[in-house]
Design a binder for this molecule. Structure first.
Ligand code: ZN
Length: 192
């Protein structure tokens, strides 16, 4: 970041008075440009027969690996609204958002994941620009070794474990270590 987003003047990278972290501070108008973590919203869409909707990524990163609909939260929307939007954008699926199944902190990339359960409304779904393939899967069909991100892997595990015992709750998890590539070795090792 080189220029002030308020006045266009050059910025300094320094600790503002009364703060404790370095920020981009404008040398002319004093505007401070804060950079904060990003929120990713997602949904595990469940069909009437209990299968969940999975998408094969058609975009980098993790091209060709599997996820449920999830993406960056937009300004002005709730996590549930974002989850609904992602299901439409990535899987052409209409989903009703239910409670959060997972809140996952990923400090090594400054991200927070808010993952909802969701109920599929209707039976329509299909591929999109972001998903080369969209499929309903039973638990035993989930490609655990080919899941795109550890956050997605853990959220699915929480979902199926809760469904198994018939009681859903919101699970919180802090991921401490950046997985080493390749992702699939990390996931199948179960040490993430
Ligand atoms: Zn300025």
């Amino acid at each position: 970041m080189r220029y002030c987003n308020a006045c266009g003047h050059g910025v300094d990278f320094r600790v503002p008075e009364g703060d404790h972290l370095e920020r981009h501070v404008c040398g002319r108008c004093g505007n401070i440009q804060y950079i904060n973590p990003k929120v990713i919203v997602g949904v595990v869409p469940e069909a009437e027969d209990g299968r969940v909707l999975m998408c094969r990524r058609n975009i980098e990163p993790r091209l060709g690996l599997w996820t449920f609909p999830a993406g960056f939260m937009e300004l002005g929307e709730s996590s549930g609204q974002g989850a609904v939007r992602e299901a439409l954008e990535e899987a052409q699926a209409e989903v009703e958002p239910l409670d959060l199944i997972a809140v996952i902190n990923v400090p090594y990339v400054s991200q927070v994941y808010l993952i909802h359960r969701g109920r599929m409304l209707g039976t329509h779904f299909g591929p999109t620009l972001e998903s080369s393939e969209v499929r309903l899967m039973r638990e035993d069909e989930i490609p655990w070794d080919d899941i795109a991100f550890p956050t997605i892997w853990h959220s699915l595990k929480f979902f199926f474990a809760d469904r198994q015992i018939g009681r859903y709750s919101t699970h919180t998890l802090d991921l401490k270590f950046r997985p080493r590539p390749p992702q699939r070795a990390e996931v199948s090792g179960g040490n993430i």
